[in-house]
Design a protein around this ligand. Structure first.
Ligand code: 13P
Length: 248
């Protein structure tokens, strides 16, 4: 089975609504590629104008965060039904910035994965190790534990629709990319874990991205690896380079 490539931008906390619309216009012709899923994961306030701005193009809209309840007294939060109604398809869950800066743990992340599927959103589930764990050589156990927790109670049919993003924290926003071999090693390990937790067909179907300083210069090599099915891109998703990554 061949998996469809997925190149997703994570805009993080960048772009006002008017800047977001301008970026969509700048990228419009550069990201045309019907063989690839192209996703813009944007700040909540940009979702409505971005959905409008990409109408009629191949771009799919994603969100960066949500809360697990549908509605109610949760000041400052947005819900999965709100995202769905606004035209969102993908949702980033478990990004290291949410884990480290906002204190999200694997229990909440697991609840978010299940809620996203129940609400018709497709999760992009992030995992990855710190520099200390990489140096200690215990990164594989760490990532296995994250994914095992985060997918507790998630069905094989759901995992077939899941995207997992391997994002080593030491390579995020630092300009230091994992080598293609380092990234492939972990992405393969994740696929083997899915085979162990589920079955071979599920492991074959799940899409696994690399994220961390992916750019126009290194994307082609990373994406040539057999277990790397796409990228989750921060900084380079905010400029014309994103088009080169989509077409790498
Ligand atoms: P950079 O591409 O800026 O390193 O960010 C990666 C990332 O965190 C994507 O989610």
């Amino acid at each position: 089975m061949s998996r469809r490539r997925i190149i997703a931008g994570n805009w993080k906390m960048n772009k006002t609504p008017s800047e977001a619309v301008a970026l969509c216009a700048e990228l419009k012709d550069l990201v045309k590629n019907d063989a690839v899923d192209v996703v813009y994961c944007v700040p909540a306030i940009d979702i409505v104008p971005v959905v409008e701005a990409v109408k009629g193009t191949n771009v799919i809209v994603g969100a960066e965060n949500f809360y697990i309840e549908d509605k109610g007294a949760f000041t400052g939060e947005i819900s999965a039904p709100m995202l769905k109604d606004a035209g969102v398809t993908y949702i980033i869950i478990g990004h290291s910035e949410r884990r480290d800066i906002f204190g999200e743990n694997d229990i909440l992340i697991n609840a978010k994965v299940k809620k996203a599927f129940a609400s018709g959103l497709k999760p992009i589930l992030c995992c990855g190790e710190s520099l200390a764990l990489r140096k200690a050589g215990t990164y594989a156990e760490w990532i296995r534990r994250q994914i095992t927790w985060d997918l507790s109670g998630v069905t094989a049919d759901q995992v077939k629709e899941l995207v997992i993003a391997y994002e080593p924290i030491w390579a995020i926003g630092t300009g230091e990319t994992a080598t293609a071999d380092q990234a492939q090693e972990v992405c393969k390990m994740i696929r083997d874990l899915i085979a162990e937790l589920y079955d071979a067909a599920t492991a074959e179907a799940v899409r696994i991205q690399y994220g961390g300083a992916m750019n126009a210069g290194n994307a082609a090599e990373l994406l040539s690896k057999p277990d790397i099915d796409g990228g989750l891109i921060g900084g380079a998703s905010l400029k014309a380079d994103f088009g080169q990554i989509v077409n790498a």
